[in-house]
Design a protein. Structure first.
Lengths: 477, 477
């Protein structure tokens, strides 16, 4: 019910958590920092998995499964990798009633265990490229957690590919970034910026990290998928070489890329409102709910009519039907709005007599009358329209909250005196300026967006020296 | 290649492991007892998942996800449960750089963490039944492991349901057992016995465990799926009660049921032969491979013809095409036989001229010529025929190796002097006789099969006292 949801304007964080728990997407578990993904939340993940998995297979990837536990010594083989992940590791020290000789890490990511296998599997250029993806749970012990957005355990997919040349590995990195962009924009109706991360924000062990970044309704950025150019770092750490066409031994080139259940949090914060979830039709588990409105004296006829409507939609759409007579129509409207179903169809006795029904859009509340025979076609075009308009609205919001700033005073004021947004600002490329900004404005570089190289004008927003990049700064999740 | 596979008659265990590794289904990992499931093995699991998941949803279940880590105290709440699982637990004692106050168990199964959540979610009869399934990894630290059949980590699904009455819970237990039976027989072409386990073989924490049991080609039994009637054991341990229609508080009734990547081992050992994998067409990732047979002077025409054949099959079947000219046709035939593809289509220059091709069955080696236009229809009926005949052959094998034995001497001789099989024998129902048989014959009760109650004749095979059951004894995996 709407009353259970704190309005965004009052407390944005509480609004988010209310939606997650009231729509029964997830719940707190008795294990610190770990969540339970409830059936309605998991159904969203299943649809995301199905779509992404299809996109991975279309681009030539196969799924496999690697062990959950990783020998502690493996994690230590790549210097930056161990430094980045050490503070977050969960460690198995006892198993089968005995202390283990070597502790085992619950995987925070699987580069090390996978590259130890790639060493066995890769001998020749004929074994390349090796294009593998894994759907799995991972564990990163977090101090401050938030359902879906940051939890100690989360579900994700991690692609790990091996290539004969640097060029091929870079192409793969960008190909998968583009897969994430298409998924976010076409399916989640969530516009994203694509680009490269600064060195301080990259994955521990990568040469470069690319990311998609979306703006949430509180104007903060959320990183929704990353693709890493790993160079030869893991091939070196695990001594993975191959014989090329000319018979020479060379180190293998690598990529990895991942997206997680965090996408559910991003989806919620992109579109939802104070009445609850708003879901893009392409990803919604239920696209339409048919609600009969009846009294005792006309119940049978109205139910029969509502069922006829439901049946006319069954083939082409994901439709539910709610004839429950324990709850009033008003209660049901609110409940299905909370759950984010894109279209509600109301059918009462007068609708039945007139051979009509009322279609109600979840995103705008607009009521659209339709004759019985027109309902499937109307629903089809409405769903498309909702998908498009959610995207357009989110894009509009991002544009309205993205500013070009080149003066440091304005920059600080934007982040410290207003509720911020995305600042496109020239940056000299130094870690010092980045750190200074983080300290003073709590904003970080989200990406150096593609296609903006020629737009770099003037000096670095922080130090005034010649700018090397146009960077997008924001507060972030 | 066939040479890489030890014949079954020579060393059955080696034959099995050769198939798993040579067909690249799985590999040993650097973590003791844990396997890597390679893409060809994982593709089998994906198809199994898709089919089972559909069957679970048809029977009203929803998927969810619960934490990997379980507080140690939870495992201790159900006395039999902790006793059964304690020796196999892997324990996280350190996380985020600190020693944990309470150790966390990597889930060996999820009853305890799930019932701790059900306590929050179940208040009234309106919340029941609660029908949830989880696809997940679990860890049971094993001393002796074998790829797919017994590994410390494995993938599985675990259903966990909550009901208002004992009757409903029992119905659910048997409903899911029947889902497993249908899946094993209709999809894996693997005939199974269904029945209840003896008390000594049941799940730790169950009132009764039901199972499907299949006979492998070495005549040993393999438990391929279990469904547990948990009574009120977990509801008691976690204090889960509900208010019934009359306003009384009652304890909830529970079931759980699971099947795992062990099914891949069962599938291999049911049908494969000394040349490699044999896969039932309904579960095979690739159903047909088209192999052009060409020389340099006719390569272009033959490839074009083979592609025409491939294209004519693309819509209705899962088809691959192997035009690689680095390997000879004979090498390719052996390779695709090793991988278990049900039908190979050979197309050479003479086939092209005659507008024909040769279809070769993987299971029997039979060669069937077909005119181009007839290929799709012929392939369709052949695949059905292969599916049926694999089932029939396995059933025939089980029947030929199942004997009714009522004398203890014959029983001991059957298991100690021959290579055994399934012994249907009367049993008094005592744990002592069961233990005595296990000691003397290394055979255990696999199930008390359904529908055999009236067939119990004479005295217990071990003690001669009045028999209560007809039990199926076998050596097992």
């Amino acid at each position: 019910m709407a009353e259970r949801i704190t309005p965004r304007s009052e407390n944005y964080s509480e609004w988010y958590i209310n939606i997650v728990t009231e729509a029964k997407l997830a719940d707190y578990s008795p294990v610190k920092g770990c969540m339970v993904i409830r059936p309605r939340g998991y159904a969203l993940w299943e649809r995301m998995q199905a779509v992404l998995d299809g996109m991975f297979k279309e681009t030539g990837h196969q799924n496999a499964y690697f062990p959950l536990l990783i020998p502690e010594s493996f994690i230590r083989k790549e210097a930056e990798h161990v430094e980045g992940f050490s503070p977050e590791l969960a460690v198995v020290t006892r198993a089968g009633g005995e202390e283990l000789e070597e502790a085992l890490i619950v995987r925070p990511t699987s580069e090390t265990i996978i590259w130890s296998m790639y060493k066995k599997w890769i001998q020749s250029y004929r074994d390349l490229p090796l294009l593998i993806n894994q759907w799995a749970n991972v564990l990163r012990w977090e101090k401050r957690t938030r359902l879906f957005l940051r939890t100690s355990e989360f579900l994700w997919q991690e692609g790990h590919t091996a290539h004969a040349t640097q060029e091929e590995a870079r192409e793969e990195t960008l190909r998968m970034l583009e897969v994430y962009r298409r998924f976010a924009e076409d399916w989640l109706a969530m516009p994203v910026l694509t680009g490269v991360k600064s060195q301080s924000e990259k994955f521990a062990g990568a040469v470069n990290t690319y990311a998609i970044e979306a703006m949430m309704q509180d104007k903060k950025a959320l990183q929704a998928g990353t693709s890493h150019d790993l160079g030869q770092n893991f091939a070196k750490a695990f001594d993975v070489t191959f014989q090329d066409r000319e018979g020479r031994q060379s180190l293998v080139w690598a990529t990895s890329w991942g997206a997680s259940t965090r996408l559910i949090g991003a989806l919620i914060m992109s579109h939802s409102d104070d009445r609850g979830l708003v879901l893009p039709p392409k990803i919604a588990q239920t696209q339409i709910v048919v609600i009969p409105i009846f009294k005792n004296q006309n119940k049978a006829e109205v139910l029969a009519y509502a069922e006829k409507i439901r049946d006319s939609l069954k083939g082409g759409f994901r439709v539910e039907y709610d004839p429950d007579d324990n709850n009033s129509p008003g209660w049901k409207f609110a409940e299905w709005e909370l759950l984010g179903v894109p279209i509600r169809i109301e059918a009462g006795p007068r609708d039945r007599e007139a051979g009509k029904a009322v279609l109600v859009r979840r995103d705008t509340g607009e009521k659209i009358p339709a004759a019985f025979g027109d309902i499937p076609a109307k629903v089809g075009s409405l769903l498309e329209d909702i998908q498009k308009s959610l995207y357009a609205k989110a894009l509009e919001f991002r544009k309205a909250n993205t500013v070009c700033i080149s003066s440091y005073d304005e920059f600080l004021s934007f982040f410290n005196d207003t509720d911020g947004g995305f600042a496109e600002s020239p940056w000299c490329g130094s870690g010092e300026c980045e750190a200074k900004i983080k300290e003073a404005a709590k904003a970080t570089i989200r990406v150096l967006p593609f296609g903006n190289e020629q737009r770099v004008r003037g000096g670095c927003v922080a130090c005034g020296k010649e700018a090397a990049h146009l960077a997008v700064f924001a507060k972030s999740y």
